[in-house]
Design a protein around this ligand. Structure first.
Ligand code: NAD
Length: 437
């Protein structure tokens, strides 16, 4: 299959390179010329484990190319994926579809022969109808079917997720079987690996993505609230999570209490679902509450640090480890660290941060953040050390070294990666989430 991927970001680049690895001919198009010229030179604009090698081998095989020439790429393609961003629209929280619609317009005027246009971006229910309308209005002669195929990969494990998905969801309307055949061919290697292909209607497919993300966000928020209760009643949230997670109907994943969900998907997608539901007079109140509880939690984590440090941090130095919204990515979008650091700065502290891959993006998003080159430099003269993101390199910190450099040996572990006894034996005071002190 000849495939064009519009948008070479986290999803477009990973999907594009994986499709090339399956044996398809793939061209990734991005309107960010800097990104395309970097990719052409073999530089990967994002941090994602394994991506550099996979890109290099597929470029070498000739199956993966990068261009800013959308016209030529689209004209030669059997399938065109739209994988551009759909951020929250400023002001009202609806998904901003301007990039999707702009891509649809550009694609429309360059289509040649039968082409399947696939929305891979996360888009509100009904967006496929509008994409189709735009294409037909722009190019009435186009022989095209518009399909929905939402992406479920997780940053940090994106290649593995793409190559071994729990399922592939494909939404196709109408009785024309050609699009279904093309999509089956695109995903044939995964189908042969027994990944289930779930065919449904376009609108259902679009909603599956939001319902899935909202459910996961709710699950995280649920255990976070149980963690708060654990702190009040002297129970242990990790044991509660294990105790309920072993129930097959509940499952153990997404039951790790922490500083609240963040990232480039859950915050914007839960909000967009809330807005869509309100527009249809069927409010999704559980999701509305999830959004509100999670928003409040991030700053509450700042207050937790302040309380652990004695209630007044004006003039103190606080060190924070882990700034990205989760480990193994450089993505800082809507990371809980932003609100936590802000709350500490608002209370008068100077904050020094360290993150293995996120420093460059963090600098752009967190004003006034001092940056360190490693955890020990961050901790020098600090009155508290806060773990916000559970990168592996923070799992075996040298506490004696930390104690010798910190002003006050206090660890606030917002990811519960340590136990109190192992930290306390090095002379540290320790606070964590939902576990008895
Ligand atoms: P991103 O911001 O990393 O990448 C989007 C890219 O699209 C950018 O490089 C941008 O320059 C490019 N672009 C925008 N308009 C364009 C146009 N008209 N022509 C060519 N290129 C264009 O975004 P992302 O994180 O890859 O997310 C893309 C979509 O996938 C979103 O809808 C997101 O919700 C969804 N999604 C993301 C993830 C994730 O983990 N990041 C997972 C599943 C789904």
């Amino acid at each position: 299959m000849k495939i064009t991927m519009i948008g070479a970001g986290y999803v477009g680049l990973v999907s594009g390179v994986c499709f090339a690895d399956f044996g398809h001919d793939v061209v990734c198009v991005d309107k960010d010329e800097g990104k395309i010229s970097a990719l052409k030179k073999g530089q990967i604009p994002i941090f994602e484990p394994g991506l550099d090698h996979l890109v290099a081998s597929n470029v070498a095989s000739g199956r993966l190319n990068f261009t800013d020439d959308l016209k030529t790429a689209v004209a030669a393609s059997d399938v065109v994926f739209i994988a551009v961003g759909t951020p929250s629209r400023r002001g009202d929280g609806h998904a901003d579809l301007s990039y999707v619609y702009a891509a649809a317009r550009e694609i429309a005027s360059n289509l040649q022969g039968f082409t399947v246009v696939v929305t891979k971006s996360t888009v509100p229910v009904g967006t496929g109808d509008e994409v189709e309308r735009i294409i037909r209005e722009t190019n009435p002669a186009a022989d095209v079917t518009v399909v929905s195929n939402p992406e479920f990969l997780r940053e940090g494990a994106a290649i593995e997720d793409f190559k071994r998905p729990d399922r592939i969801v494909i939404g196709v309307d109408g009785s024309d079987g050609r699009a279904r055949e093309v999509m089956t061919e695109v995903y044939r290697p995964l189908y042969l690996n027994q990944s289930p292909l779930v065919f449904t209607t376009r609108r259902t497919s679009e909603l599956i993505k939001y319902a899935g993300n909202a459910f996961l966000a709710m699950k995280i928020t649920f255990i976070n609230e149980i963690a708060d209760l654990c702190e009040k009643v002297g129970a242990n949230v990790q044991d509660v999570a294990r105790g309920i997670g072993l129930d097959g109907r509940i499952g153990s994943k997404f039951l790790h209490a922490g500083p609240g969900y963040g990232g480039s998907c859950f915050p914007k997608d839960t909000l967009a679902l809330v807005k869509t539901a309100q527009d249809h007079d069927t409010p999704v109140r559980l999701v509305e509450t999830t959004v509100a509880v999670n928003d409040n939690r991030k700053r509450a984590m700042g207050r937790k640090v302040i309380a652990a440090a004695g209630g007044d941090i004006r003039g103190s130095k606080i060190a924070v480890l882990g700034l990205t919204f989760k480990p193994n990515t450089d993505d800082m979008r809507d990371s809980p660290a932003i609100a936590v650091v802000q709350a500490l700065q608002d209370a008068g502290a100077r904050v020094t941060g360290y993150d293995p891959e996120g420093m460059e993006n963090a600098r752009k998003l967190i004003e006034g953040l001092d940056c360190a080159r490693d955890p020990y430099e961050a901790a020098a003269e600090a009155d508290a050390l806060v773990i916000i993101t559970e990168w592996n390199e923070f799992r075996a910190l040298d506490f004696d070294r930390l104690k010798s450099t910190m002003k006050t040996p206090l660890l606030v572990d917002l990811r519960n990666i340590y136990r109190k006894d192992e930290v306390a034996k090095h002379g540290f005071r320790y606070a964590s989430i939902g576990r008895p002190d």
